[in-house]
Design a protein around this ligand. Structure first.
Ligand code: 9Z3
Length: 313
């Protein structure tokens, strides 16, 4: 079966997200406005995908991704002057607010007593200037309409959004950049094999037989958005196989960059793999700059070269 047929079969058996058409219309307006202004547009995917095991879902298969890579990178793409569509897992990290997401809300607030005897919650003075700065940034990008956030929870919702948005983004040609940092499940349970109600533990041990999700990079690069600049991530836990896997993905899908990372060192080291080179980018623990800052500025430079080459060919 060709990749396109595999995808048709996959999508046909699933219900599209109820908000798909509304969100696609928002993305259409966003892309059309920024493409007209010749602004570069990044679609940043972020977070993990949930794979339901029941139609009335109580249980699902998920993964470790916190959305740090995607949320931090979205901030740096905005700083680089991109318009950003942030397609992220609901309740994973988001740009700007991510800086406090690991703390409880109450740990950054304190009560200020008023003359009336009432108390008002205010941000603690130790973090107030950082909070104001990030809030200002966030509001600035929202007001200038260069930031659009769309959330998903399940694998199916993610894939429906990705397909729809990619086709819309293809209208921006080489101005579009895909930054596929979401940790997308490779396995799923088809709807026709899914029990309607909660699986009962009285039935004894559960055996799962999951189907393989077709590789979405193939139609994305070939059919959905063939003139875009596409960056995928390759994640492994075994350092002996990562280099080969990353190059294999690049040669198979023929897109622009694979960024490989190991689970254990993903916060301080990645490797850019392209057809012409292989470059490691790293930060030390004392570094003032975040790894995503370095990743995005290098991608922005390469994307500009790509745009230049597209305009002269
Ligand atoms: C990544 O490799 C991301 O860098 C991480 C970021 C998910 C490791 P966090 O969200 O982690 O900051 O906690 N993303 C892509 C992972 C992936 O599923 N890649 C597929 C693969 O390796 C290819 S599309 O086969």
């Amino acid at each position: 079966m060709s990749a396109r047929d595999e995808w048709d079969v996959y999508f046909q058996q699933l219900q599209e997200p109820s908000k798909l058409q509304v969100q696609a219309e928002q993305v259409r307006r966003f892309v059309s406005e920024h493409a007209k202004a010749k602004r570069r547009i990044a679609l940043v995917t972020s977070g993990g995908t949930a794979v339901p095991l029941e139609s009335n879902t109580v249980r699902f298969v998920d993964n470790f991704s916190s959305g740090t890579r995607g949320a931090a990178s979205a901030e740096y793409f905005l700083q680089e002057g991109y318009a950003v569509i942030f397609l992220h897992r609901a309740r994973s990290l988001e740009p700007f607010s991510r800086h406090w997401a690991h703390q409880s809300l109450f740990s950054i607030l304190e009560l200020e007593a008023e003359a009336s005897g009432k108390a008002t919650a205010v941000v603690k003075s130790s973090v107030a200037s950082d909070v104001s700065c990030q809030l200002q940034n966030f509001q600035k990008y929202c007001k200038s309409s260069v930031y659009l956030a769309v959330s998903f929870t399940t694998l199916a919702d993610y894939l429906f959004y990705l397909r729809e948005f990619s086709m819309v983004l293809s209208t921006a040609g080489p101005l579009a950049l895909f930054y596929l940092a979401a940790a997308v499940s490779d396995f799923y349970l088809p709807e026709e094999e899914m029990p309607k109600h909660k699986i009962q533990s009285s039935g004894g041990p559960m055996q799962l037989h999951l189907q393989q999700v077709p590789k979405m990079l193939s139609p994305l690069v070939k059919d959905w958005a063939s003139s875009a600049f596409t960056v995928s991530f390759k994640l492994e836990t075994d350092e002996r196989i990562i280099a080969e896997k990353a190059r294999g993905a690049l040669e198979k899908y023929k897109h622009q960059v694979v960024i490989s990372n190991l689970l254990s060192t993903r916060r301080n080291k990645v490797t850019f793999v392209t057809l012409s080179d292989q470059v490691e980018i790293s930060v030390s623990t004392e570094s003032e700059r975040e790894l995503e800052d370095l990743i995005v500025s290098e991608l922005s430079r390469r994307h500009n070269e790509f745009l230049h080459a597209a305009s002269t060919s």
